[in-house]
Design a protein around this ligand. Structure first.
Ligand code: ZN
Length: 261
């Protein structure tokens, strides 16, 4: 297989894939002619070259197949396509993001296709969790919280990582399909959404995680680095300059003219 660029879904490390760390296999299923014709499955597997990860990623597809010197897949008409290892399409999130927020996000990704409704409910809960934790805004409904957040950004009282762009993004998603109407309700109310809407919510969660938590963390790290350089310099100033007198103390017993006076 030719080399290609990919990003490991376990550790998020971009890398070059290809032989001998990649496997592609196709198998014909001897079940006779289905309504989709002769069918088979393909397996695509790759190993992460990041030494500290070294994990397997595996994707399974079922499609109509045909024989031409070997079995070939009609990849344009997939019957089933899913990444089995790791499950779900979540991007690894750093540990400084609160665990309940990360786990809602991962679960929302995991069940997006199986249950867009449940996925959207988790995403909304995740967004609410972020507004409460990160922005410190807690109202009765997500809708009221988003309004309060918009005001806080307008009044410059919100954390500076919360940009107008991220508030616009929230607003944009609110306008999609059922999501907007249901943001006014309690986040525990299950709403009817399609996979596209569920994905739009997941995208929003990812954007907020990046723009709020990751951005703030990076800013704090930069400030901590500046502070530690400053501390080192301050300490260097306090240190007395090395003088020959200090290095070679006066011999004991030397007479001091003032001592007996
Ligand atoms: Zn990896």
């Amino acid at each position: 297989m030719n080399n290609y660029q990919w990003t490991c879904p376990h550790c998020d490390r971009p890398q070059t894939g290809g032989d001998p760390n990649t496997h592609y296999g196709i198998e014909y299923l001897g079940v006779g002619e289905t309504e989709a014709g002769t069918v088979g499955y393909t397996v695509f597997a790759q190993r992460c070259l990041n030494e500290s990860c070294n994990k397997l990623t595996l994707e399974l597809n079922v499609h109509p197949v045909y024989y031409q010197g070997g079995w070939k897949a009609k990849s344009s008409s997939k019957i089933f396509s899913e990444r089995l290892i790791p499950r779900g399409a979540s991007v690894p999130q750093p540990e400084f993001i609160p665990a309940p927020i990360r786990s809602d996000y991962e679960e929302a990704c995991l069940i997006r296709d199986l249950s867009p409704k449940a996925s959207a409910t988790l995403s909304r809960r995740c967004i609410q969790g972020m507004i409460r934790d990160f922005a410190g805004i807690s109202k009765g409904t997500l809708d009221a919280e988003i309004k309060a957040l918009t005001e806080a950004v307008d009044n410059h009282t919100a954390d500076r990582a919360i940009t107008l762009e991220s508030v616009y993004a929230i607003d944009h998603v609110r306008k999609i399909g059922n999501i907007g109407a249901h943001m006014e309700k309690d986040i525990n109310v299950i709403i009817d959404v399609d996979p596209g809407e569920a994905q739009a919510l997941i995208n929003l969660v990812e954007l907020l995680l990046r723009e709020w938590y990751v951005e703030r963390h990076q800013r704090q790290e930069r400030l901590a680095a500046v502070a530690s350089i400053r501390q080192e310099k301050d300490q260097a100033k306090l240190q007395p300059p090395a003088s020959p007198a200090l290095q070679a103390p006066a011999p004991s017993g030397a007479s001091d003219p003032i001592q007996n006076g």
